[in-house]
Design a protein around this ligand. Structure first.
Ligand SMILES: Cc1cc2nc3c(=O)[nH]c(=O)nc-3n(C[C@H](O)[C@H](O)[C@H](O)COP(=O)(O)OP(=O)(O)OC[C@H]3O[C@@H](n4cnc5c(N)ncnc54)[C@H](O)[C@@H]3O)c2cc1C
Length: 400
C-alpha cells in the first residue's frame, strides 16, 4: 500500500491530512501497530481494565512491530537513537486512540524513561541501557513525584542520595510511578545531601531496600500499575548515576519532551473518543432512526471532530518544532494544556452521546472518559502548565 492509502485507512478523522507528513516506512510501522492492537490487545483490554492489571503479553507484541527500533523508522535519518517527532506524535495518537493505559505505559517506558537515559546518560549508559530499552528487552520508568511533592517537586524533592565511596545510598519515597513494580531499571531522582542538587540514579530490579506497592482502587488508568515506592538504604554504584543530570534544569529538559508526548496522548484520546461515539451513534436506533441522524447529536459529533483536528494540529506543529530543535518548555506546556482541555470536553461529549451504554466498557467511551482524568493531571496538572504559559506571556511567575 502507498503511504496515502495507509494513512487514509488508519486515520479518516485526520481531515486536514496531517498524517501525510509521515514517511512511507513510518506509515508502514503504524499500520502494523494497528494490526497488532486489533488482533492481540483489543480482545483483552476490557478484561484487564476491569481487573486492574496490565496486559503485558499482548503489549509486548508491539515490540515485534519495532515501534522504537524498526529500520523503517531510520531510513535516511542521521539520528539513529530516536525516530522522528512526527512519527512519535502519530505513534502516541495510534496507541491512545485505542487505549489510554497502553499509551501511558508506553510513554513511561519509551518517553520518560528512555529520554532520561538519552539526555542524562553517558555514551556507555546510552549504549547499555538505551539499546535494551529500545528493544523492549528491559522495561524502564521514571521516578520523580513523591507522596508529599507533586506540583512543587522542583523545590520540594525530599528523597536523599548520600555518597559513600563508589556507591550512593538512597532513602525516601516516590508515588504514582507507572510500571515501578515490573521495571528492570528505575531512574530515581534524589537530592544529593552534599550539594543539594537533584541527581538521577538507575535502581536495578531486586535492589535490596527497594519496594513498590501498587496504588490501589484507582478509577482512572486501571490497567497501569502506579507504584508507591519506598527506598531504605538502597545502594546504587556510582557507575549507575546518570552524569548529565545535575539539578532540576536537567530534569526540565526531559519534561519538555515528555510533556509533548502527553499532549499527543491527549490528542489520541480525543480522536479515539470521537471515533467510538461516531460508531455507536451511527449504529444505534431511537425513534426509528439512527441516533447520529439527530441535529443535536450531529452538533456534538462536529465539536468532537473539531477538537480532534485542533489537537492534531497542536501535536503536529510541536513535533515539527521539536524536530527542528526550536522549542521550549512553554511550547510543550501550551500543547499539553490545550489538548487536555479538548480531550476532557470530548470524552464527556462522547460519553453522553452513547447514553447509558456510555458508562459500560462495551462502548469504549467509558474507558476514555475515566482514563482522561489521569492524563489531565499527570505530566504537570492543567494549572501548572497554565502557569508556565502564563509566566511566558506576562513575564511574571505566579506559582506561589
Ligand atoms: C495516573 C498517574 C500517573 C503518573 N505517573 C507518574 C510517573 O510515572 N512518574 C512520576 O514521577 N509521576 C507520575 N505521576 C505524578 C503526576 O505528575 C502528579 O500527579 C502531578 O504532577 C500533580 O501532582 P499531585 O498529584 O501531587 O497534585 P498536587 O501538586 O498536590 O496538586 C493538587 C491540585 O492543586 C493544584 N496546584 C498545585 N500547585 C498549584 C499552584 N501553584 N497554583 C494553582 N494550582 C496549583 C494542582 O494543579 C492540582 O489541581 C502520575 C500521576 C498520575 C495521576
Amino acid at each position: 500500500m502507498t503511504k496515502e492509502q495507509i494513512v487514509r485507512e488508519l486515520y479518516p478523522e485526520d481531515v486536514y491530512r496531517y498524517a501525510d507528513k509521515l514517511t512511507q516506512g513510518e506509515a508502514e510501522v503504524l499500520y502494523e501497530v494497528r494490526q497488532i492492537i486489533e488482533k492481540e490487545i483489543r480482545p483483552v483490554i476490557n478484561e484487564y481494565w476491569e481487573k486492574a492489571e496490565f496486559p503485558f503479553e499482548a503489549f509486548y507484541k508491539l515490540a515485534d512491530a519495532g515501534i522504537m527500533n524498526s529500520p523503517k523508522l531510520f531510513e535516511g535519518r542521521d539520528d539513529k537513537l530516536k525516530a522522528s517527532q512526527i512519527y512519535n506524535a502519530f505513534l502516541y495518537y495510534e496507541l491512545a486512540s485505542f487505549d489510554t493505559s497502553i499509551a501511558t505505559f508506553y510513554t513511561v517506558h519509551g518517553g520518560l524513561g528512555y529520554n532520561t537515559i538519552l539526555l542524562g546518560g553517558s555514551e556507555e549508559q546510552i549504549e547499555e541501557f538505551g539499546t535494551k530499552v529500545r528493544n523492549f528487552e528491559w522495561q524502564t520508568c521514571f521516578a520523580l513525584t513523591e507522596p508529599d511533592h507533586g506540583s512543587d517537586i522542583a523545590g520540594g524533592l525530599a528523597t536523599t542520595a548520600e555518597r559513600k565511596g563508589d556507591k550512593w545510598i538512597l532513602n525516601g519515597e516516590k508515588r504514582w510511578i507507572g510500571g515501578a513494580d515490573s521495571a528492570d531499571i528505575v531512574p530515581v531522582f534524589a537530592r544529593d545531601v552534599e550539594d543539594g542538587k537533584i541527581k538521577c540514579f538507575i535502581v536495578r530490579k531486586g535492589a535490596p531496600g527497594y519496594k513498590a506497592d501498587p496504588v490501589q482502587q484507582k478509577i482512572s488508568l486501571r490497567c497501569v500499575q502506579n507504584g508507591h515506592i519506598t527506598m531504605e538504604n538502597v545502594e546504587v554504584p556510582d557507575v549507575d548515576r546518570l552524569p548529565n543530570i545535575n539539578g532540576f534544569k536537567d530534569v526540565a529538559r526531559i519534561l519538555i519532551h515528555t510533556r509533548a508526548d502527553v499532549a499527543h496522548i491527549a490528542t489520541g484520546v480525543t480522536g479515539g473518543a470521537y471515533k467510538a461515539a461516531l460508531k455507536y451513534t451511527t449504529e444505534r436506533d431511537q425513534f426509528d432512526r439512527k441516533v447520529a441522524g439527530f441535529q443535536l447529536v450531529q452538533e456534538k459529533l462536529s465539536r468532537m471532530l473539531a477538537n480532534t483536528t485542533t489537537a492534531i494540529s497542536f501535536s503536529v506543529r510541536i513535533a515539527e518544532l521539536m524536530e527542528a530543535g526550536e522549542y521550549e518548555m512553554f511550547n510543550s506546556s501550551l500543547a499539553k494544556m490545550s489538548n487536555s482541555l479538548r480531550m476532557r470536553e470530548t470524552v464527556a461529549l462522547a460519553r453522553e452521546t452513547c447514553g447509558g451504554n456510555g458508562i459500560t466498557l462495551e462502548t469504549d467511551v467509558a474507558r476514555f472518559f475515566a482514563d482522561a482524568e489521569a492524563v489531565y493531571t499527570y505530566e504537570g496538572s492543567h494549572e501548572v502548565n497554565a502557569l508556565i504559559v502564563g509566566r511566558e506571556i506576562t513575564g511574571m511567575g505566579a506559582f506561589v
